[in-house]
Ligand binder design. Structure first.
Ligand SMILES: C[S@@+](CC[C@H](N)C(=O)[O-])C[C@H]1O[C@@H](n2cnc3c(N)ncnc32)[C@H](O)[C@@H]1O
Length: 366
């Protein structure tokens, strides 16, 4: 199948089944496919059979995705774990051979960590999902300079040899690595719409900036609330995609429109804030779909933290939890977490110093 760029349904979301849209697209027409497929795979008692059927259906979708991907193209497939009566099925393990069977080459298995979630009783609580990155060939795009993050030791220098005294790290920053910590779009996140499982926009920005150039085409077969479309547009990329549920399709369209609907509502707080910042209008005139409070808050009054903040917060927390556990094992005093109970406490923490054992203070600056 061959078709010109002009025939493609660029910068539109198709309301309907993604397979129908995929079948209409020509070979090798998109630069990037990024998606999180649904995994509503039937009732629990029939999960095993339903899982096999689901994977068969996904294989057909992925074969089509591979077909429409350009030779230099990339595919990112984000999946979690499925639980069948308490027994774990990590979906990425099942998807890996399917993607390989579509002729795609694995590049990364990205771990997306969540700080919060359900607390399990009979096993360790699940705190990550995976994003599989596959490419169509070895000639793929990876714009590392567009997605570098700050080095931990920015002034480290070579201490011997010809480069002695010169910076030993790249001053532009480092590779972000394959463990990502973008905050989930849940309660209190300014991007939250009525959709239950949205991608955070910054996570999609990292993928788009790393693997595409300006004016490239990004495809998401499962658009949901339209995050991939919004982020592609914001980075001057074209998008295409589909969404089967009318209510989510309308959310995606409203996110792209960036203006209030007839009842002065926005699909999320972020579009509302963008609009009042751009027009200078009074924020109190508008509401967003998930709003519970009387009035939306302005962005300058909101606490919005970058991924690096959440990474340090999580590192701090994990380090604290493991040090406390180690101290318990050795019957020592637990270290003090200066950030306990949300944020740096102004109150001095009471420490029982009756024992003559030394206590350690965890000093990790946020
Ligand atoms: C995990 S969500 C994707 C959310 C999206 N990443 C976002 O940021 O909002 C999967 C979406 O796929 C949609 N969907 C399920 N089956 C579909 C199909 N056959 N064709 C198109 N969309 C479908 C669901 O309605 C759901 O909104």
């Amino acid at each position: 199948m061959n078709s010109s760029f002009l025939d493609l349904p660029l910068n539109q979301i198709f309301l309907g089944d993604c397979l129908k849209l995929l079948k209409q697209l020509p070979d090798e027409c998109v630069d990037l496919i990024v998606s999180s497929p649904p995994y509503n795979i039937g009732k629990e008692y029939e999960a095993k059979k339903a899982l096999e059927k689901y994977l068969e259906e996904q294989t057909i979708i992925l074969q089509e995705c591979s077909r429409i991907l350009k030779k230099t193209g990339s595919l990112f497939w984000q999946v979690g774990a499925f639980s069948n009566q308490g027994s774990l099925i990590p979906l990425d393990i099942r998807f890996f051979p399917i993607l390989e069977s579509c002729g795609l080459i694995p590049r990364n298995r990205i771990i997306w960590i969540r700080q919060h979630g359900l607390h399990a009783r009979n096993k360790f609580s699940c705190r990550h999902e995976t994003i599989l990155w596959f490419t169509k060939s070895n000639e793929y795009i990876f714009n590392l300079d567009s997605i570098r993050v700050p080095q931990k030791y920015q002034n480290k220098k070579h201490y011997k040899g010809q480069k002695k005294g010169e910076l030993s790290c790249n001053p532009k920053g480092k590779n972000p690595g394959d463990i990502w910590l973008f905050r989930n779009v849940k309660h209190n996140h300014e991007e939250q719409t009525i959709h239950p499982c949205q991608f955070p926009e910054d996570l999609i920005s990292r993928i788009i900036l790393a693997t595409t150039q300006t004016n490239d085409i990004v495809f998401d077969p499962y658009m949901g609330s339209g995050t991939v479309a919004v982020v592609s547009r914001n980075h001057q990329r074209n998008f295409m995609g589909s969404e089967i549920e009318e209510k989510y399709y309308h959310i995606a369209v409203r996110r792209l429109e960036e203006k209030p609907n007839q009842t002065n509502h926005f699909p999320n707080l972020k579009s509302l804030r963008n609009y009042v910042e751009k027009t200078g209008e009074n924020i109190e005139k508008y509401r967003f779909d998930m709003q519970t409070g009387k009035k939306a808050t302005e962005r300058k009054k909101a606490k919005i933290f970058p991924e690096e903040y959440h990474r340090q917060e999580l590192e701090h927390r994990l380090l604290y939890e493991e040090s406390a556990f180690s101290a318990d094992l050795r019957n020592e005093d637990r270290p003090i977490d200066v950030n306990l109970n949300g944020g740096r406490s102004k109150k001095k923490v009471k420490i029982d110093q009756s024992s003559d054992k030394n206590f350690k203070q965890l000093e990790i600056e946020l």
